[in-house]
Design a binder for this molecule. Structure first.
Ligand code: CA2
Length: 147
């Protein structure tokens, strides 16, 4: 009998498609493509659904998709929506598996507007300040949580 292992969904919020093109002192030079490759490498045989949108509603729809697909876990960098989106928080609350929130920069060392993530109130864990490498750690954490 073969058992299907559900995918890890990696969701990225606004402006992250431009990663690597500006503010290298804050966000480094890694592109979102590099991060996707690192997630797939870390996950091995486990499938990765990797997505980015600049739209809040699209991110909510993708969280619903992860719920319906019984995803193994969600890794989410909601970017600016971390601090504003009750809709994303409400959607994540419906997901029963592990949720790891990732920020490339250490949001706690930054300006006040970047320090209170609403998403952190529903995340299983939060990784911030470890650059693009934080995504790899988040994928690992989900693999360990489900093992
Ligand atoms: O550090 C992170 O990963 C953030 O989620 C990135 C968000 C910011 O609003 C959060 O406070 C922290 C912003 C992403 C900006 O995207 C960039 C696009 C091009 C170059 C650099 C960053």
């Amino acid at each position: 009998m073969t058992t299907t292992v559900s995918a890890i969904h990696v969701l990225n919020g606004p402006n992250l498609n431009r990663l690597g093109t500006r503010e290298p002192q804050v966000y480094g030079t890694t592109t979102l493509g590099d991060i996707e490759a690192a997630c797939r490498d870390e996950a091995g045989d486990v499938a990765i659904v990797f997505r980015q949108s600049n739209s809040e509603g699209q991110l909510v729809d993708w969280i619903h998709e992860a719920i319906d697909a019984r995803a193994r876990g969600i890794v989410i960098n909601p970017a600016a929506y971390s601090f504003t989106s009750v809709a994303i928080v409400d959607a994540l609350k419906m997901f029963a598996g592990p949720i790891v929130e990732v920020h490339i920069s250490n949001i706690h060392r930054r300006e006040a507007i970047y320090q209170r993530s609403l998403v952190s109130t529903v995340a299983t864990g939060v990784i911030a300040g470890l650059g693009g490498g934080g995504y790899r750690l988040a994928v690992r954490a989900i693999l360990l949580a489900a093992a």
